[in-house]
Each structure stands twice: as C-alpha cells, then as structure tokens.
Design a protein around this ligand. Structure first.
Ligand SMILES: NC(=O)c1ccc[n+]([C@@H]2O[C@H](COP(=O)([O-])OP(=O)(O)OC[C@H]3O[C@@H](n4cnc5c(N)ncnc54)[C@H](O)[C@@H]3O)[C@@H](O)[C@H]2O)c1
Length: 397
C-alpha cells in the first residue's frame, strides 16, 4: 500500500515508526501537515516522496491507496469526509468523533461512498489482548460478568487536548474510548450497551473538561464494563485490564509492569517510555513500545482486511458505539443518574434475557459454594430448589 499520513505529531510518528519498521511492505509515501516545516521534517525523517500543507491534495493523489488520520479530534470528520469524497480507504485514530453524532456522520459517509474504513483502536490489538479475547471467545472464562479497564497518566502532550471544544472532552473521551472498547471486546460486541453511570471531576488542572472519571457501562445481558480514566495519575502511564467470568479471570498489565524493571542513577538520560515521569531511580521501560501498544497487529489486520475484502476487527461502527457510550457517560456525570446509551443504529443482538444458569448439586439442591477448609473438612453450601432454604453440609476428612 501507498499510504498518506494526515498529521505529523505524536501519533503520526508512532504510526510511521510502526509502518517503516521490521521490513514492513506498506509504506507512507506522503504527509499532510498544516505547518510546512513539520511536514518537511516528517517527510525527511521517514524518507517520503511528498509533503504538503493542503489536506485534499495529499488525499486525492492517484498514487495513494489508503489515508491515515492522525489529526486532533475536531478534524477527524473533515478528513473522513474528504476521504469519502475522493473514494480513498481511510483509517482513523481514536476517538472516531467528539460525540456520537459526528461519528455517525463519518460512518454514514464511508458506507455511502463504499470505501474501506478502519478504526485505529490500538489497545484492542496488543498481543496479550488478542490472546485474552481468544480465550474469552473459546469459553475459558465462562460467562463474562465484569470487565475493568484503566488508563491513567499525568495528562496529554498538546494544547488542543485540553480545549474541550477541540477535543470533545477530557479524560473520558481521550482515554475512556480505549477502556470502553476493551470492555466491549470482552463482553461481546453483539451485546447491547444499555446505560451508563459515571462520576467525573476536574480535580487538578485549570480546564473546563474532567481530568478524572470512573464509569460503569451496563450491558443488556447483565454484564458490567467498568472504566477508570485519569489525567491526574502520577508515575507514568497505567494501562491495566481485568476480566471476570463464571469460570475464570484475566489480569493484564500493558505498560508499567511488563517484566522489565531498571534502576539508574540518571546517567544517560534517555527516553524511557510514553508519559514516563522520570529517567532515574527505578524505571519501567517498555521493550518495543509500538508492539506493546498494539500498532503492528493493528495495521496488519487493517491492510489484510482491505486486501481480503473483509471488515477489520475494529470498524467505524465500533467507533460510533464507543462514542455513544461516552456521550451517555458525560451526561451521567452531569445528571448523576444512569443515562441511556442512545444508538439509533444498533447492529448487534436484541435479546434482553440474562443467560443465568445455576449449578445443580442434585435434584433437590442448587450448589451455591464448595470450599475446602484449613482443617481438611469440605463444606457445601446448598439451596433448596423449591423452598429456597439455604443450608450447609460438612464432610469431615
Ligand atoms: N493510542 C492512540 O491510539 C493515540 C495516542 C495518541 C493520540 N491519538 C489520537 O491521535 C490524534 C492526534 O493526536 P496526537 O497525540 O498526535 O496530537 P499532536 O498534537 O501530537 O499532533 C497533532 C497533529 O495535528 C496537527 N494539527 C493540530 N491542530 C491542527 C489544525 N487546526 N489544523 C491542522 N493540523 C493541526 C499538529 O500540527 C500535529 O501534526 C488525536 O485524535 C488523538 O486522540 C491516539
């Protein structure tokens, strides 16, 4: 593929480092940046043929097969519309929109234009995440009851993130989009998110938007997806997920504790990892940062999907659902009530039944709990299926 990159900032460089690493074949050939010096520098750093300060010029160039949007949130819609207009495959970074209305317009535009569209949700592509989702889908954890996803760091690196009009919000839109989509993957994308309860506050920074939030997304099958996001966390970037099912549990730590701990007095003073707050003392570097964050698997899926004529794992529709959940979260933070997730376009299951099934001990009793005690006795907690009486039986060993 010949790829056009829109934007030359933080994420554009991560994407370029990924695409131009490890002898990969799909290459960026052109970059758009509003600032000519930055465009030129990016083109020179990655050996690109072309750069421009005109977005449309880069998108419509005949040699371009796919466009990557790595621009601030308020420019995603304009860029997606231009890709739809010129019939170009488009890959858009997260969040898809600043809200569900923007995301829906983008979804409609690419579908009407019939162009390939992928949602660049990298954290749903880390190797350990993909393996975890495989295990969940194989039933290793049973029925998923609760997921928790946390992304917290000391705050983003550019002015526009901190301006609510440009970004669409604070930590909820910036980080919550990752956490919500992680939860959806584990609970099942075909399960409808119904309502959200969210606490949010601006605890530290002098900004209009929230810099810390915790939310609960209730799904139609009774599962709960919890998200915890913060721009006030000190100590680096904390990326952790948990999944709890009737048959098992998964804990993932994707950044601060990847099995690589290093102590240094500070000599050398090199880049450690994204949002690291120190380059001395005990440090938690990351081996191949792009890999730990999921970028290589993400682009492989995107370009494979384009060639194979299938949808990628993360689509614009997913981005739209995420935006709808986050809209409900932002509203709930204001009203302090559970707020409905408004999805005018729902493409998953519509079966509100909870799939509960109780373990049977015998014909008369359900088995509530079995436990081996320190003295070797085994206790059974049983419930009568008809009368509801709860009793215990102890087997002395
Ligand atoms: N893990 C991830 O997937 C991830 C991580 C970081 C950022 N992002 C997303 O990537 C996008 C860009 O974020 P970033 O961190 O690269 O930001 P950044 O500020 O580092 O870079 C933004 C780029 O857009 C340009 N830009 C800014 N305002 C512009 C304007 N008004 N017109 C034209 N160009 C403009 C900047 O010059 C720069 O090239 C955002 O949507 C963000 O949410 C995703």
């Amino acid at each position: 593929m010949n790829i056009a990159m829109l934007g030359s900032g933080f994420i554009a460089r991560f994407y370029a480092d990924t695409l131009h690493a490890q002898r990969r074949r799909d290459q960026i050939t052109a970059v758009y940046s509003r600032n000519e010096t930055n465009a030129k520098r990016f083109a020179s750093d990655y050996g690109l043929n072309a750069y421009s300060t005109k977005m449309a010029k880069v998108i419509k160039d005949e040699s371009i097969d796919a466009v990557i949007i790595a621009l601030p949130n308020h420019l995603h819609e304009e860029a997606v519309m231009a890709c739809a207009k010129y019939g170009k495959a488009v890959l858009c970074t997260k969040p898809l929109g600043r809200n569900a209305s923007e995301a829906k317009r983008m979804l409609d535009a690419v579908e009407q234009a019939g162009v390939f569209a992928g949602y660049l949700e990298d954290l749903c592509y880390t190797p350990k995440f993909l393996k975890s989702v495989d295990s969940v889908q194989a039933g290793s954890l049973g029925r998923i009851l609760w997921t928790k996803s946390r992304e917290a760091h000391p705050g983003p690196h550019s002015d526009w993130f901190w301006d609510k009009d440009l970004s669409g919000g604070g930590a909820i839109i910036d980080l919550g989009c990752h956490c919500v989509e992680i939860g959806r993957n584990f609970i099942g994308k075909s399960v409808r998110p119904v309502e959200v309860m969210c606490w949010a506050d601006t605890q530290v920074h002098p900004i209009e938007a929230e810099d810390h939030a915790i939310g609960l997304v209730r799904y139609e099958n009774g599962a709960i997806g919890q998200f915890e996001v913060s721009w006030t966390f000190r100590g680096g970037m904390d990326l952790r997920d948990e999944v709890m099912g009737t048959e098992g549990t998964i804990w993932l730590n994707s950044f601060l504790r990847t099995g690589f701990d290093m102590f240094t007095t500070g000599k050398g003073g090199k880049y450690v990892a994204e949002k690291a707050e120190s380059d001395s003392g005990w440090l938690f570097p990351v081996g191949d940062e792009a890999h730990e964050l999921g970028y290589p698997h993400m682009f492989t899926d995107m370009f494979d999907a384009m060639e194979q004529g299938r949808a990628p794992l993360e689509t614009f529709y997913d981005g739209y659902v995420v935006n709808a959940i986050l809209d409900a979260a932002l509203l709930s933070a204001k009203t302090k009530n559970w707020e409905k997730v408004i999805l005018e376009d729902w493409r998953g299951k519509s079966d509100p039944r909870h799939e509960k099934s109780y373990a049977s001990h015998d014909e008369k009793y359900y088995l509530i709990k079995k436990e081996l005690l320190p003295n070797g006795d085994e206790k059974l907690i049983l419930k009568d299926k008809i009368t509801g009486e709860v009793k215990q039986e102890t087997k002395r060993n």
